[in-house]
Design a protein around this ligand. Sequence first.
Ligand SMILES: [Fe+2]
Length: 247
Amino acid sequence: MIVVAQVSDTHIDGGPRATERAEQVMRHIDGLTVDAVIVTGDVADNGSPAEYEIARKILTTRHPTLICPGNHDSRGPFREVLLDSDGDAPVNQVLRVGTFSIVLADSSIPGRAEGRLDPETLTWLDETLAEAPGQAFVGMHHQASTIHVPYVDGIGLRNPGDLADVLGRHSNVVAVISGHAHTAGATTFAGLPLLLGPGVVSTSLTPYETEARPPVTLDEPPGFALHVFDGEHLATHYRVVPHQAST
Ligand SMILES: [Fe+2]
């Protein structure tokens, strides 16, 4: 059994609200029985080293944790503070749980809101899936499918066909997992489940729920996803963690 907790879009900005919400979610997850935690991007709001210093403390639990960048992140400070590395190459990482692989690709484009998987990232993903000893989750920040939130659809992954080509070459991928959309949602991509993690800092709403621009609410509690897979059956459970603002 593989149990992965997904946290996304903490948007740590140095202010108390984002910090408290991220702390509450991570404290909750620390008490759960999971194999790994993944954070699917937009860790920081402005990509500053100071934000990553806060994030580094908050995102540390007793569980193995893998973090990928989003459009609000900055690869240099992200690498320096969270990964003890340097440079601004795409942050592509894999975590193994037994023979199961959690493969997180960097879909960010420096300075841009929309996403793209660079040629080197696509090659890395192809090779990593070919070398994987068993089944795998593939995660990245930007969602590859239309999710019917126009605000978010306008800044999705720009080369979903390239991703579909890679996924089509490997039969061991169980699901694609993304952040960015700030909604606990599910769709499909390339014949696979595409599971969206809720945004810790805020929630995107569909046009059927609001006319607000941007269609984002701060009133929903922070949440996370639990992806549970037994080698055959995948189930995702979405949870909220009540937000208690400090007074
Ligand atoms: Fe975000």
